[in-house]
Design a protein around this ligand. Structure first.
Ligand code: BG6
Length: 548
């Protein structure tokens, strides 16, 4: 299927409908007859006919997706439902094929049943039998482990068979939803069995889930292995935060508007707080999490990416290369505080009552070493040493079993340099702030002072809100829908490159090394906002954490 618009050679009359959305009311003007002038297909000047028009749905061409690790949580909860949602939205080609690879004694129909159950339970869009039927015809399962040459030979035959029966044209993305220790094996097997190299005119891509190593050294090793098999533009590293609508909106907010950018710098900003709080514990992920911890799990990737998008300069264009350049400049400008001990805090959740339920502490979780020093909470202070941000601290924090699930970026402004009011009038006035609410209540809040109605002058904080749910009728796609579609389209804008991954490890490694040789994480009660040490860390700077 092509993403091109049909070539129109004759003048035609068409009906257009425009929708205006304000707050939560939607007004649709009466339908109008509009005459669209005849234009040659290659005339890019008419937005109605521009095949590069970014508002048009982007539909993947002939292709298939091979998932290694289909029995895992990520695959069931996110990947398979995302594939279905894309199909349901008409964004996959009719012959799209899905191949599962895992060590299970399954036939194609057993795999299809697993996908079916995953879709029924986790898909975002309603189940439609006709969409499912079309999808299921392209499902194949290859049983085997990653050392098994016979299984990879079977995979190759399956791919060739699908090319012939479903018209996938040799275009395949290989999704490595497996623990990192298996990356080298899978990648080498793909090479050995001729699957990594695209037959003429087609493409092959590798999709790699985080963690990309556990420090700079291992990330570089991993990179060497991957790049021995795939060219850099064939590799798509997933940081699913970049697939979230609200994260992409950071760029829209900053660079499509005029009113924020002039104040987005050290002259006006006091500090920035980036919070990713989760109310859940580690669940069944002990095997992955213990020894990794909160900082490696999410600060190295999600939070540093959020920081880079918040702090970067305007890219020359909205393309992968320009975005990479600007994000890299920010990451390279990061300076750690000299006294790492005083400006970082790590913690571990302790047993407590949370939401009416008695929950276990981290050290009592199944599969966790009772002497583990793994952090489930981490807070760090970073400086971005460049002209725009010198002297403005960026505080990043994340934790499991905190008070509430919330991710936000708060840009907190300096106080007005002078006030004509009595100090009593502004006693309850805080600092102005712009808060990008990444999730779950997606939107943005602007906080500023306003006079309290009455005869005296009293000024208090008020907020102005933008909420996705009220301003747009469309619901946001899941991050994985967006990212899988981008992989199939070869659009690399929302995927971190290995240079970013390495720069991020350079920031985190000294912190991890410090922690490894300095005591144990502080304990914090489940359901709280983390260890008291984190509050003290900000208090020493004369600041406090937001309580979202
Ligand atoms: C993953 C982390 O990358 O992000 C998990 O490995 C975390 O530990 C998850 O729970 C959170 O994702 P989201 O999209 O629910 O905020």
């Amino acid at each position: 299927m092509s993403t091109e618009l049909p070539d129109t050679t004759a003048e035609e009359t068409t009906t257009t409908e425009s929708t205006t959305t304000t707050g939560n009311t939607t007004t649709r003007p009466a339908e109008q007859e509009v005459t669209v002038p005849v234009l040659p297909a290659a005339d890019w000047s008419n937005p109605l006919r521009d095949a590069r028009d970014r508002r048009l749905p982007r539909i993947a061409g002939p292709s298939g997706l091979v998932i290694f690790g289909v029995t895992g949580d990520l695959s069931r909860k996110k990947l398979m439902p995302a594939v279905y949602d894309l199909a349901n939205r008409g964004l996959l080609p009719p012959g799209f094929s899905l191949v599962g690879f895992a060590r299970r004694d399954w036939e194609d129909q057993d795999f299809a049943q697993v996908v079916h159950d995953a879709v029924r339970e986790h898909a975002r869009t309603p189940f439609r039998e006709e969409v499912w039927q079309q999808l299921v015809e392209g499902m194949r399962f290859i049983p085997g482990d990653f050392d098994d040459d016979t299984a990879f030979k079977q995979l190759r035959s399956a791919v060739e068979e699908l090319d012939a029966s479903r018209g996938t044209s040799g275009n395949y993305a290989f999704y490595l939803s497996v623990p990192p220790k298996f990356f080298p094996k899978v990648v080498r097997q793909l090479k050995k069995h001729g699957l990594a190299k695209a037959p003429g005119g087609s493409w092959r891509r590798a999709v790699i889930e985080k963690p990309f190593g556990r420090d700079l050294r291992s990330a570089r090793e991993l990179n060497t292995i991957v790049h021995d098999v795939f060219e850099p533009d064939q590799v798509f590293r997933i940081d699913h935060y970049l697939g979230k609508e609200t994260v992409q909106n950071i760029l829209a907010l900053r660079f499509a508007n005029q009113m924020y950018e002039p104040i987005w710098n050290r002259s006006y900003v006091d500090h920035v707080q980036i919070t990713m709080a989760e109310d859940i514990g580690i669940g069944g992920r002990a095997g992955y999490y213990d020894g990794i911890g909160a900082a490696r799990d999410v600060i190295q990737n999600h939070l540093l990416q959020l920081m880079a998008l918040t702090a970067m300069e305007e890219p020359a264009a909205f393309d992968a290369e320009s975005l990479l350049m600007e994000k890299l400049k920010v990451l390279r400008a990061v300076k750690l505080p000299e006294d790492i001990g005083a400006h970082t805090v790590r913690g571990q959740y302790a047993p407590a009552w949370q939401g009416g339920e008695q929950v276990r502490g981290y050290l009592e979780e199944d599969g966790i070493d009772p002497a583990s020093t793994t952090d489930t909470y981490a807070a760090i202070k970073l400086n971005v040493d460049n002209r725009r941000w010198a002297g403005v601290p960026f505080y990043l924090r994340t934790g499991k079993r905190l008070g509430r699930r919330v991710t936000e970026i708060a840009v907190v402004f300096q106080r007005a340099p002078h006030s004509p009011f009595d100090s009593t009038a502004t006693e309850e006035l805080g600092q102005n702030a712009i808060v990008i609410r990444v999730q779950p209540d997606e939107g943005m809040t602007v906080r500023f002072g306003s006079k309290v109605p009455g005869t005296s002058m009293e000024i208090r904080d008020v907020t102005m809100d933008f909420a996705y749910g009220e301003s747009f009728t469309e619901s946001s796609p899941e991050a994985y829908e967006r990212l899988i579609l981008d992989v199939l389209l070869g659009d690399a804008n929302l995927f971190p490159r290995h240079q970013e991954v390495e720069e991020s490890w350079k920031i985190l490694d000294p912190i991890e090394e410090h922690w490894a040789t300095h005591g144990r994480p502080a304990q914090y009660a489940s359901g709280s906002w983390g260890p008291g040490e984190a509050d003290e860390m900000l208090a020493r700077d004369g600041r406090s954490w937001r309580r979202p």
